[in-house]
Design a protein around this ligand. Sequence first.
Ligand code: HEC
Length: 166
Amino acid sequence: MTGYCKRSPAGLPGLQRLALLALILGLTACGNEQAQLELAPGQELYLRHCASCHGNQGQGRPPTFPPLAGSEWMELPSEALALIVLLGLRGEIEVAGRTYRGYMPPMQHISDEDIAQLIGFTEREWSGREPRLTAADIANIRGAFDGRRPPLYRKEGLMDALAELP
Ligand code: HEC
């Protein structure tokens, strides 16, 4: 019995190697599976740029990251969603009955076309409407706030920015 106990730690590295191999095989299998999944238009962009905080299903990660699914913010005009993505958002806000005090960074590095696509995906999924913003619309919104660097401050900041749009 004691002999067995003494020997078992020596066996661990081998077991660990096996576990690592199983993990690698498992990860590779998962990767293949994911590549075969059918994605909706704009979904790949959503997963790349938004899902790390808002979740693959838009469920968010309360109390830090608010959801998009079931969020009243998704009922705002499409331009408001574009402004949030382009300028970022900070300060205390209410989403689906919870208070958040977070910071969403501005994402000016995403192209107009990609922003139009990914907002379209969120609207089809969580606003229940057909998207209407084109890449040209995003370019106009981007242009209107050129040089305006600080992220939107609370819902009031968003509404002010929305009202300033030509
Ligand atoms: C780094 C994390 C992060 C990423 C990435 C991110 N967001 Fe956010 N987002 C937040 C946080 C935090 C808030 C809340 C900010 C606050 O409390 O003022 C927020 C708020 C929002 C809101 C308004 C509140 C709500 O939940 O409805 C929308 C809409 C939104 N984000 C859309 C997006 C979209 C679309 C993307 C992808 C382009 C994205 N976000 C990427 C962190 C993130």
